[in-house]
Design a protein around this ligand. Structure first.
Ligand code: NAD
Ligand code: UGA
Length: 492
């Protein structure tokens, strides 16, 4: 064989070897991919089987199967990303945390874990913020950059229980109005921004209307502008109060659904006169919605607006004198709990004649998760997020809570007292009559329906309030009784 033929022969042998090796590599990768996909679905299949399988003796096998397969799936899907991801800071020490902490992810059995994300939550230390944080950390492998102007007491309880969260959560105590550049830096690092920061307690709308308008409109603008500039998905929290009062409350036919059912696309927004200061909150929220919408059409902002309908759950608001101002007036859930735990009558504003639909915060946060995970379906929309099955008159809510409190604690049933809105909140108080959300849009776009009944949500919430506060309130009462008895003792 001549030299060129020899060279050609050797080259073609090498080429063939290389091709063979590449083919082998691709086959191995294909098998791994197949295994990854299979193991990803096995947990859900086994869960399904767990619920459906008629042979009860085989049920116990389903859960171990789910847990055994998910580490394989999570390792194959998340391993490289986790190794490459930069270290996060510990919330309390601000020291880098061990990357090994992330190994725990491999034990998560939820096959719904999707693309890893970084979410910036503004107002993370409040009621909804604390639940969004908890849900993200427990159920996803995402990172959360949180900020709030108050100390992280509500979330510290959660972090305290599971220090391992620190690997995926940063907290910055800051006022977004005073530190806009810091806010911008956080937004720059996130894929998506959830803005919850606002004054949102009706007693404040009357006491500090200027702050209420600024907080809900003016102070939200930096966040919006940074999302426009940095091209981030903004999920902004508005309120169901933007609808104002229903058409039926103005005398239109109550039998016609369109006169009371609140629909994102068709219902007009009707509020009282300017002197009825209660509506300053709803007007500010409505204007900020319109501004966000305008940035969507003019500047391409990717946005989603959330209109919550009285979300309730643990960690909502505060108990006056315990972890809030002595003379504070929290929203109705915490107000009624305060009265029940103090053994005082529950105050019914204007007889408690109006209605509210209450939604369990855990269900509601699931809707927000869907918005974050499916920007293609959530962008450009304002969504009602509430539970139309949990519609109740406030006087009936008081009754329900009185009975439930007595059932849980074994104490005698509480009482109610009626008071005018002006006397309770001050001049300018008006009220929404009925707030029932249309579920059409949220069901169509996000396939979301809230499963939890009012009774279940209320019992779970009340038990947490009782566990957290009843001892503290009893101690306060004892000290007050002792202080009151002291002068009498001295006189003797
Ligand atoms: P919340 O008061 O518990 O939480 C709001 C958080 O924002 C607080 O922790 C507060 O400290 C923070 N914040 C306010 N201004 C800030 C600032 N300038 N800088 C940094 N942090 C700031 O209220 P929530 O119930 O969690 O409500 C969150 C959002 O949802 C609000 O925008 C509210 O209007 C809206 N909303 C809530 C409900 C509900 O059912 N809870 C209903 C309708 C609308
Ligand atoms: C609130 C706030 O405006 C916002 O946080 C939010 O936008 C909205 O609810 C919401 O959660 O969707 P509102 O429902 O009026 O508005 O607030 P609550 O303080 O929870 O009051 C509910 C009803 O109970 C009102 O009619 C109020 O007058 C009444 N109430 C409240 C009482 O009868 N007694 C109380 O002690 C407190």
């Amino acid at each position: 064989m001549d030299v060129p033929s020899l060279i050609w022969c050797s080259c073609s042998t090498h080429l063939l070897c290389l091709l063979f090796f590449l083919r082998l590599l691709f086959s191995v990768l294909a098998v791994l991919h197949l295994l990854g996909s299979l193991s990803r679905w096995l947990p859900s299949l086994s869960k399904l089987w767990f619920h459906r399988c008629p042979c009860k003796r085989l049920w116990p096998l389903a859960v171990p199967l789910a847990y055994a397969t998910s580490p394989v799936s999570n390792f194959i899907r998340l391993g490289p990303r986790l190794v490459l991801r930069p270290l996060r800071l510990d919330v309390s020490t601000h020291e880098p945390t061990s990357p090994h902490a992330r190994l725990r992810l491999f034990a998560c059995a939820d096959p719904a874990m999707s693309e890893s994300k970084c979410v910036c939550i503004v107002g993370v230390a409040g009621f909804i913020g604390s639940h969004m944080l908890e849900k993200i950390i427990r159920e996803r492998d995402w990172t959360v950059l949180g900020c709030d102007m108050v100390a992280p007491t509500k979330i510290q309880e959660l972090l305290g229980a599971e220090k391992k969260w620190a690997a995926r959560f940063e907290f910055h105590q800051m006022n977004i109005v005073e530190e806009p550049q810091k806010l911008k830096a956080l937004i720059a690092r996130a894929d998506c921004v959830v803005n919850l920061a606002a004054i949102c307690n009706p007693s404040e709308y009357i006491k500090q209307p200027v702050n209420t308008i600024n907080s809900n409109f003016t102070d939200a603008q930096d966040c919006i502008n940074y999302c426009v500039e940095l091209k981030k998905h903004l999920i902004h929290f508005s309120t169901c109060e933007v609808y104002g009062r229903t058409l039926s409350s103005y005398g239109l036919d109550a039998k016609d659904e369109k006169n009371w059912l609140l629909d994102e696309e068709t219902t007009p927004m009707i509020m009282g006169p300017v002197s009825a200061q209660r509506w300053c909150y709803a007007c500010a929220k409505q204007l900020v919605e319109r501004l966000i919408f305008a940035h969507g059409t003019e500047n391409g902002l990717k946005f989603t607006i959330v209109r919550p309908y009285n979300w309730i759950g643990p960690r909502m608001d505060y108990i006056p004198g315990v972890d809030g101002k002595d003379d504070g007036q929290p929203r109705v859930l915490a107000s009624f709990m305060t009265a029940l735990m103090k053994g005082e009558p529950l105050v019914l504003v204007n007889g408690g004649e109006v209605f509210r639909t209450f939604c369990f915060v855990e269900d509601a946060c699931d809707a927000v998760m869907r918005m974050i995970e499916h920007p293609d379906k959530s962008s450009g929309h304002a969504f009602n997020v509430g539970n139309p099955n949990n519609n109740i008159q406030i006087s009936k809510l008081a009754e329900l809570m009185i009975n439930m409190y007595s059932k849980i604690t074994g104490k005698p049933k509480g009482t109610t007292v009626s008071i005018s809105g002006e006397e309770y909140y001050g001049k300018g108080y008006e009220d929404s009559d009925l707030r029932i959300p249309s579920m059409k849009l949220v069901k169509k776009q996000l396939d979301w329906t809230p499963p939890t009944s009012l009774e279940t949500a209320m019992e779970a919430t009340m038990r947490v309030f009782i566990e957290k506060y009843s001892d503290k309130l009893a101690n306060l009462k004892r000290s007050a009784d002792e202080a009151a008895a002291a002068p009498a003792k001295k006189a003797k």
